[in-house]
Design a protein around this ligand. Structure first.
Ligand code: ACO
Length: 335
């Protein structure tokens, strides 16, 4: 069976830059508190009317251009998001329409910060069996409209940002001297015992009606997080996922050229780096500029890593994620 290769990457973040000082004008927080706890200096927020599918479509157009492809050459779309444009249908169909496409399948993946790697796992399987040849995989998030930008919401409002990243995946074409490019292993995991440790309770069909004024007044529509629990689990699961995919591929940490962790929090990335014993130049972080963009963070970071010339053909790249659910995942890729 063929391996899956990354053919191109793209990204789009909204134009509006929101600094920590901007947030301090809206809620009781400070640049110092935010940078110390999370490393974040600024993030992007959408303009009125700008949706996750708009950001995703822009990121997709960039990836198509980089791949030298027309949108019509895509035969499948997978969109990972925890902040869909609407309750239903999924963001994928809106993105498909914005790309001017019809007929091809659109799969929405709801696995939060691990969503991009869950999507990669599905895409990889489909490409390996020959089901599809050109898959657009997008992570797209608009957090700003759902955050409570006031004192009550400050614990999460300072962490999250808006943005989208996209990749185009296809079967690897082996040529002479080819280093065996493509996805070597993807592993995905979940442990639902921790579902309520990072969640948005309402709206949801588990209650009748699925959203009420009391839910809104009681703050149930804003993200609720047990920050220390998230931290504790993330710093164990993310390195574990890296070790797992490397073992699958018969490779070791010494072989790794770049680890791109989900950009949850700079402190989490630093703890992951320490646990893996890797130097600074082998772990990529850009949360300082975008905040935590959940399912979009890995493809955005991957794109910037590529654009900065930090990945060469044949490099070994590991992606690792952890998020609400709890879910976690890893991937090893020969670039
Ligand atoms: N500004 C200023 N003060 C704040 C803010 C804020 N934005 N938010 C909370 N505080 C206050 C709290 O109210 C608390 O005050 P108190 O002591 O008077 O009660 C104080 O700061 C300390 O709060 P803690 O929750 O104890 O702060 P902690 O040191 O644990 O840091 C943090 C919180 C940054 C969330 C930390 O737990 C953490 O890094 N957790 C990891 C979770 C994370 O990063 N999630 C990202 C999203 S999830 C994901 O992508 C996997």
């Amino acid at each position: 069976m063929r391996r899956t290769q990354f053919l191109s990457t793209g990204m789009r973040v909204p134009d509006r830059v929101v600094t920590n000082d901007d947030l301090a004008a809206l809620m009781d927080t400070s640049d110092e508190w935010i940078q110390q706890r999370s490393g974040i200096r600024e993030r992007r927020w959408v303009a009125p009317g700008e949706a996750g599918s708009d950001l995703g479509a822009e990121a997709a157009r960039m990836a198509l251009e980089r791949a030298g492809m027309e949108a019509e050459e895509l035969d499948c779309i997978i969109v990972a998001t925890l902040s869909p444009d609407h309750f239903f249908p999924g963001t994928g169909v809106f993105l498909q329409r914005k790309l001017g496409l019809r007929g091809i399948p659109c799969l929405d993946v709801r696995n939060q910060c691990s969503g991009f790697l869950y999507g990669l796992s599905v895409a990889d399987a489909w490409i390996r069996i020959g089901q599809y040849r050109r898959i657009l995989l997008v992570g797209a998030e608009v957090h700003s409209t759902g955050l409570h930008r006031n004192d009550e919401g400050r614990d999460t409002a300072v962490l999250f940002g808006d943005g989208a990243g996209a990749v185009i995946l296809g079967p690897a074409v082996d040529g002479d001297g080819d280093p065996g490019r493509g996805v070597l292993s993807v592993r995905i995991h979940a442990d639902g015992r921790h579902a309520e440790k990072l969640w948005v309770e309402a709206p949801g069909s588990a209650t009748d009606p699925f959203v009420s004024h009391a839910d809104i007044d009681g703050g149930l529509t804003r993200p609720a997080m047990e920050g220390r629990e998230v931290f504790k689990h993330a710093v164990v699961r993310m390195p574990q996922a890296v070790h797992e995919v490397l073992a699958d591929a018969g490779l070791a940490l010494d072989d790794v050229d770049m680890v791109i962790p989900h950009q949850a929090n700079l402190r989490i990335s630093q703890a992951v780096q320490k646990s893996l014993g890797l130097p600074d130049d082998r772990v990529y972080n850009n949360i300082q500029r975008y905040g935590n963009t959940t399912a979009a963070s890995i493809p955005i970071a991957l794109h910037e890593c590529v654009e900065e010339g930090r990945l060469s053909v044949g490099d070994l790249v590991c992606l690792t994620a952890f998020g609400s659910g709890f879910t976690w995942a890893g991937a090893a890729i020969r670039w």
